[in-house]
Design a protein around this ligand. Structure first.
Ligand code: TMP
Ligand code: ASP
Length: 267
């Protein structure tokens, strides 16, 4: 059997050539990084959980009409996606002050924002993904005016939908990061949602206790990151209470802990 060709390796995922032209296989690693990869580690079983959570979220978003790169999940760590030309902009959507916003502007973490904020960062590891304005994005031709309109309106719709989806399982969506890509049809391109949506790129707080259920547990050395990711999957109905994904055995032995006592979602 021939080895498949690796197209790209990022910090948390690997992309391989897909079975048909215009497709890729997205492989989810357990590797975790923070602060532009200055901090490195692994979160046991993260790749399996993120693959499952991202599949679930992208499928729900497709149902409300958001075009996405997701085609189908292939196995525990891989999904088939459409090949896109990634738009080099990270789109950050914020509902509550946290993370870099609190540091940059001196606002207290947990302060609800009067309205949803959208911020843009230029995707460049060497520069540390700096904040950029819409004017700079247009000036350097990273995305067209039309693409930015599509991106901002999709980001708002995604946020509205995800806030409700997470609230229904007792989770507050504080902020999250999105990436978009272009697919070409002759000379015309369409903007679609790409990458992943998982606790790696979202801040998710338990509504009742404020407990963090996302990568901040790793970034801030809080511990319990495996249980936190698992708890999000469990509340979304993607894991059975014994920690196993329906129909699949996850390699997660020691995942019982403090986070397990979080209140059950109100159905
Ligand atoms: P920030 O507060 O550090 O700017 O992060 C805002 C949100 O974006 C948070 O949910 C984490 C996510 N994020 C990523 O997914 N990748 C990144 O490289 C950064 C900086 C943030
Ligand atoms: N994933 C990013 C990195 O390693 C940052 C983060 O998620 O905090 O640089």
């Amino acid at each position: 059997m021939s080895r498949r060709r690796q197209v790209y390796e990022g910090k948390a995922k690997i992309l391989y050539e897909g079975p048909e032209p215009g497709t890729l296989i997205q492989y989810f690693k357990d590797d975790a990084t923070a602060f532009n990869a200055q901090k490195k580690g692994t979160i046991n079983g993260k790749g399996v959980i993120n693959n499952r959570i991202s599949e679930y979220v992208f499928t729900r978003l497709a149902h409300i009409g958001i075009p996405t790169h997701f085609i189908r999940r292939l196995n525990m760590r891989e999904q088939l996606v459409r090949q896109v030309e990634i738009i080099p902009i990270e789109v950050i959507v914020r509902n509550v002050a946290a993370g870099s916003l609190t540091k940059r502007l001196g606002i207290e973490e947990g302060e609800p924002l009067p309205h949803t904020l959208i911020e843009y960062c230029y995707k460049d590891d060497a520069l540390g993904d700096p904040f950029v304005s819409e004017e700079e994005i247009a000036c350097f031709n990273w995305a067209s005016h039309e693409e930015m309109q599509d991106i901002s309106s999709m980001a708002i719709r995604i946020n509205d939908f995800l806030c409700g989806m997470f609230a229904a399982i007792g989770i507050r969506l504080i902020d999250f990061k999105l990436e978009f890509g272009r697919i070409w049809d002759n000379d015309f391109s369409r903007t679609i949602l790409a990458d992943e949506i998982s606790p790696d790129g979202c801040r998710l707080w338990d509504i009742a206790t404020g407990e963090k259920l996302d990568k901040d547990r790793f970034r801030r050395d809080l511990g319990g990151e495996e249980q936190a990711y698992q708890e999000v999957a469990r509340r979304l109905g993607l894991l059975q209470d014994d920690g196993q994904s329906p129909g699949e055995v996850l390699d997660m032995s020691a995942h019982r802990g403090r986070l397990r006592s979080s209140p059950k979602p109100k159905k």
